[in-house]
Write a protein that binds this ligand. Structure first.
Ligand code: PLP
Length: 423
């Protein structure tokens, strides 16, 4: 493509995006096409001659700078910065992040206890942890701990007592606890695990402590929400998805580790064809040793643009506004006696449900399922669901950059109308 073609295509693309933004309210919130429709419109194989600029832009250094900026914004301990023993790296997803730190933790433990112990290593997390951990654990036994004896009293956070009991039991039968994953902002209900006490338990048992803040990490750039990651000082690794709630397009998952050597020791390879003066002389951070793939995209550019174009102030306003809108929705639900708010709202997700009539033996699960279907079929709103303590729960998440108060109010009206039609 020459300069004039590039200009022409870029103008077309900008017009397309601007027109889309102008007319966004005329579209249904969910795509109307069937899964698989694109396959039929595209050739079966990739073009023979790729012409990618991305490989040319190896900007390792920008990534280091940007992740240090973000770590400082989150007030992470200094050892997560590249100036210390650790550092940050952009992974594609939180799922990849947990996999790489699990591999590092495994290597670290096996170096300590001997390679034969592989089958004895155990991973711990609450039953509210994202399924990506289960995927990363293939081959290692994983304990999914029930959050606590009375779930809702701890808002579905993992109880340190439950963790201690499980570790003590496993050690007694000859197993080796080696990895704990805590979550700040669980997928189902945005529960927050108590990092400080969990981290201390992990440390005293020589375990790797990973904190998954994929969604809620973004909120912690606001001083008033930073306390949700208090205790991160005990963590070996911390992850947040800039592509979830930080205005950065997919994919961009920021991972920090306390000890970068742990990653390098488990993931480093040094084949002849990759040797070059800079990496041999250890003059550069070789991110290939911090991740699964060899090649990498120039993901730091978009994070850098977001941080520079918005500035900290506007990013904090953005988060605060979403939380304010979610609070508004929570208030509307609470005022209608036909509904209940199921767990206290912490960030920008509201878990709620329509109350069933007295003698329903399925806790109103079908009713809420029907409500979800009815609401989503209008094409005006899209809500999702989860199951908490056996109850089918509706989830209203605020997270789109263009959402305003009037959208929340009209979404609530749709919900009320559909509930009236069902009851
Ligand atoms: N962790 C949490 C808490 C999540 O909510 C999610 C996704 O919703 C993930 C991990 C997985 O994120 P990713 O799609 O980046 O792998």
């Amino acid at each position: 493509m020459d300069a004039e073609q590039l200009r022409e295509h870029a103008h077309k693309m900008v017009d397309f995006i601007a027109d889309y933004y102008k007319s966004i309210e005329n579209f249904p919130v969910l795509s109307q096409v069937e899964p698989g429709y694109l396959r039929g419109m595209l050739p079966d194989s990739a073009p023979d001659h790729p012409e990618s600029l991305e490989d040319i832009f190896n900007a390792t250094e920008l990534e280091m700078i940007v992740l240090d900026w973000l770590a400082k914004l989150l007030n992470l301990p200094d050892y997560f910065l590249l100036g210390g023993q650790g550092g940050g790296v952009i992974q594609g997803t939180a799922s990849e992040a947990v996999l790489v730190v699990l591999l590092a933790a495994r290597e670290r433990t096996l170096t300590r206890v001997g390679k034969n112990a592989l089958g004895k290593l155990v991973v711990y997390a609450s039953d509210q942890t994202h399924s990506s951990l289960q995927k990363a654990c293939q081959g290692n036994p994983a304990r999914k701990l029930q959050v606590s004896k009375s779930d809702s009293s701890t808002n579905y956070g993992l109880s340190p007592e439950v963790l201690c009991e499980a570790i003590t039991h496993d050690i007694a039968i000859g197993l080796i606890p080696f990895f704990l994953c805590a979550t700040v902002g669980t997928t189902s209900s945005t529960a927050v695990d108590p990092l400080l006490s969990l981290g201390k338990i992990a440390k005293s048992n020589g375990m790797w402590f990973h904190v998954d803040a994929a969604y809620a990490g973004s909120a912690c750039i606001c001083p008033e929400y930073r306390h949700y990651i208090d205790g991160v000082e005990e963590a070996d690794s911390f992850n947040m998805n800039a592509h979830k709630w930080f205005l950065t397009n997919f994919d961009c998952s920021a991972l920090w580790v306390k000890d970068r050597n742990a990653l390098v020791q488990s993931l480093s390879t040094n084949p002849e064809y990759l040797k070059n003066k800079a990496s041999q002389a250890r003059l550069v951070v070789d991110y290939k040793d911090w991740q699964i793939p060899l090649g990498r995209r120039f993901r730091s550019l978009k994070l850098w643009m977001v941080l520079r174009l918005y500035g900290i102030e506007n990013l904090q306003c953005y988060i605060r506004n979403h939380i304010k809108l979610a609070k508004l929705f929570e208030g509307l639900v609470a005022q209608d006696p036909r509904f209940e708010v199921v767990t206290p709202r912490i960030f920008s997700l509201v878990c709620f449900r329509l109350l069933p009539s007295q003698n329903k033996d399925d806790h109103g699960n079908k009713l809420n399922h029907d409500l979800l279907d009815a609401v989503n079929s209008t094409g005006k709103v899209f809500i999702s669901h989860t199951v908490l303590s056996g109850k089918y729960v509706l989830r209203f998440a605020v997270g789109a950059p263009l959402t305003e108060e009037r959208h929340i109010i009209s979404a609530w009206k749709v919900l009320q109308d559909e509930a009236s039609a069902l009851l």
